[in-house]
Design a binder for this molecule. Structure first.
Ligand code: AP5
Length: 228
């Protein structure tokens, strides 16, 4: 078992957390911010989809839950994150996308980090529900390299083909109508309470995510600069 104390350390590390409902743009912004900061983006959704593609025991357990829009059990996710954040590339910091998602995950995570939740910079990305539905129904995804597109906002250069690796784009199973409704309900019940949790404990910022990708990103950069 990995030693959680190794996740703490002398602390000029940047630990960024993205909260927000499915389709808010967490992945899109986390990827840009991670590249900007030169830090890894750690996406629990990507880790789980990779495990499913490999057919590993984790993937077999996660697949039916993800398809139905349900959460994967906390103990699995906490173990995955604990191990991932101990990897050398996370030593200078990391940008988390999709974790934590329950109070249990948030509390365990706070216990892994020196300074607890206060050491985290948390962006809560808000987007109206109608726009979330539009984004999720139009999203297309590359099963080979996990790149994300949108039929209207970010179409691939060649129809249905990944710009980065040439694989055929698909719709994620959990972006189908029934799963999306479940995911949004699960978000309201299990993840939205994290706002209150972090608002009082961490460096917390509401972000209006219903703006162009670049405008949202400039906002994140401005906040980081002000905090530098
Ligand atoms: P995960 O992959 O994390 O899915 P999610 O949180 O539902 O988030 P999404 O990937 O749907 O949306 P996003 O906010 O990242 O938006 P994106 O940038 O892609 O998790 C999947 C599943 O895994 C979960 O349902 C659960 O089962 C399981 N899981 C994962 N983590 C877990 C955890 N910690 N605990 C338990 N279970 C867990 O953008 C969406 C679309 O909008 C794209 O097409 C994009 O191009 C477009 N777009 C983005 N920004 C904009 C903008 N500003 N304007 C217009 N379009 C935009």
């Amino acid at each position: 078992m990995a030693d959680a104390s190794a996740l703490s350390g002398a602390d000029n590390r940047k630990r960024v957390v993205f909260l927000g409902p499915p389709g808010a743009g967490k992945g899109t912004q986390a990827e840009r911010l991670a590249a900007h900061l030169g830090l890894p983006r750690v996406s629990t959704g990507d880790i789980l989809r990779e495990a499913i593609a490999q057919g590993s025991p984790l993937g077999q357990q996660a697949a039916p839950l993800i398809e139905k829009g349900q959460l994967v059990p906390d103990e699995l996710l906490i173990g995955i994150i604990r191990e991932r954040l101990l990897a050398p590339d996370c030593a200078p910091g990391y940008v988390l996308d999709g974790f934590p998602r329950t109070l249990g995950q948030a509390e365990s995570f706070a216990g892994m980090v020196r300074g607890g939740a206060a050491a985290l910079l948390v962006f809560d990305v808000e987007v109206p529900r109608a726009e979330l539905l539009r984004r999720l129904s139009g999203r297309r995804w590359c099963p080979a390299c996990q790149a994300t597109y949108h039929l209207d906002n970010k179409p691939p250069r060649v129809d249905s083909t990944c710009d980065q690796c040439g694989a055929r784009l698909i719709q994620r199973e959990d972006d189908k109508e029934e799963s999306v409704a479940r995911r949004l309900d699960v978000y309201d019940q299990r993840t939205a309470p994290l706002r209150e949790y972090y608002e009082t404990r961490s460096r917390f910022h509401h972000i209006d995510g219903h703006r162009p990708v670049e405008t949202v990103f400039q906002d994140l950069r401005r906040i980081l600069q002000e905090r530098a």
